[in-house]
Design a binder for this molecule. Structure first.
Ligand SMILES: *Cc1c(COP(=O)(O)O)cnc(C)c1O
Length: 373
């Protein structure tokens, strides 16, 4: 019996263990933030950004960004209906209204057309999510944001290693956010990062990250703010993982290539797309099958379970869940792609310890299910 198959999980080596041990031993007193600063500096440079702030998680990074931009009650922020709740929850923390837009049928990210349909005089920002590593049509989106004077924020939690026309995910909009949750490609267990090129936004977010302290004066606060500071040991783990970034992203891409190989020949299915001139970092390999199969994801998951494989659904549209009833409005009617694609998609096991033989056996089960329909 080979080892268990996991949806997501990290690759931790001797290098990470040694780096964390170094932080444990030496990262105190004047070195209390040495790994935080090194990780922030190099992670920003890698993404061609000027400034970085590490946070306890990506949700906090997004909350900081929104607050830093002055998003408040009465404002509206457009984001895709299909994403993890963490893209949307911080909008509600500020009192602003999340407005859920439809997704593109090919890249599964928020569509430019839907943004245009959802803009109102109250719209202040758009949060783009690079879903499962896929990149949206940033040329059009940047143009819309500029023309309509909207802040563009990139939720790059799932797109470490992806590029769009040669530009790395994390470089789009006024700010971008990353997640280092234990399920993400690069992990610190819990952790996140905010990147920006705006010195003004950076300074404001840095101030809000640590209780609104007045610079140069001890224990003197000018506003009530937040406590979203990172821990040096957590940053040491992130820094060590970051030094292996090509290997980690390479493995994610290899996992997708195994699924492509063993699912080859099945009609009318698609996996994470990789348009010409782009790279997909493939945080998670995701399968969407065509309408011809008349198959709901819940049915598919049940069938996979009979083969002994636990897989997960494509993200539900946020507007379909009780948590978002208050903000759902007409979304179920307007976001037809989100509802349609989510119903016939699943996330396939993509943990960094998965082996080719395991992907092969998963694909054999998938083939059996789809060929019976
Ligand atoms: C994981 C994830 C987040 C949140 O990350 P945390 O670090 O858990 O707060 C945000 N957005 C997306 C799209 C994610 O996948």
């Amino acid at each position: 019996m080979t080892q268990k198959i996991y949806m997501a999980g990290p690759s931790i080596t001797e290098h990470e263990i040694k780096t964390v041990a170094d932080a444990m031993i030496n990262g105190w007193y004047e070195n209390a933030y040495d790994y935080v600063e090194k990780f922030e500096r190099e992670f920003a440079a890698h993404h061609d950004r000027k400034f970085a702030l590490m946070t306890p998680n990506c949700t906090a990074a997004l909350h900081l960004t929104l607050m830093g931009l002055g998003i408040k009650t009465g404002d509206e922020v457009i984001l895709p209906d299909c994403t993890w709740i963490a893209s949307a929850a911080p909008i509600t923390y500020t009192g602003a209204k999340p407005v859920l837009g439809d997704i593109d049928p090919v890249n599964w990210c928020l569509s430019p057309k839907s943004i245009l349909q959802k803009i109102t005089p109250a719209t202040k920002a758009v949060i783009m999510v690079d879903l499962y590593g896929n990149m949206p049509d940033y040329d059009q989106i940047l143009r819309i944001a500029q023309e309509r004077n909207l802040h563009l924020i990139e939720d790059a939690a799932e797109s470490l290693g992806s590029t769009y026309k040669g530009v790395r995910a994390g470089k789009f909009g006024i700010a971008s956010v990353f997640s280092f949750h234990r399920t993400k490609t690069l992990t610190t267990g819990e952790g996140g990062m905010l990147l920006t090129d705006s010195e003004e936004l950076f300074k404001r977010c840095k101030f809000l990250r640590d209780h609104g302290r007045k610079e140069g004066e001890m224990y003197f606060n000018t506003e009530v703010a937040y406590k979203y500071m990172p821990f040096n040991v957590q940053a040491a783990l992130g820094y060590a993982q970051f030094q292996r970034i090509d290997e980690l992203v390479g493995k994610k891409r290899q996992i997708l290539s195994w699924y492509q190989k063993y699912l080859n020949g099945i009609k009318d299915i698609c996996l994470n797309p990789e348009p010409d001139g782009g790279v997909n970092g493939v945080w998670c390999t995701t399968l969407v099958w065509g309408n011809r199969y008349q198959l709901h994801k819940k049915e598919f998951i049940k069938k996979m379970d009979t083969f002994g494989f636990a897989i997960r659904p494509f993200f539900y549209p946020l507007s379909s869940m009780p948590a978002f009833t208050k903000w759902a409005g007409e979304s179920a009617k307007t976001n037809t792609n989100a509802y349609d694609i989510s119903d016939r998609g699943v996330n396939l096991p993509s943990a960094l310890n998965i082996e080719e033989a395991q992907v092969k056996s998963l694909c054999e089960a998938i083939k059996k299910i789809l060929s019976h329909l």
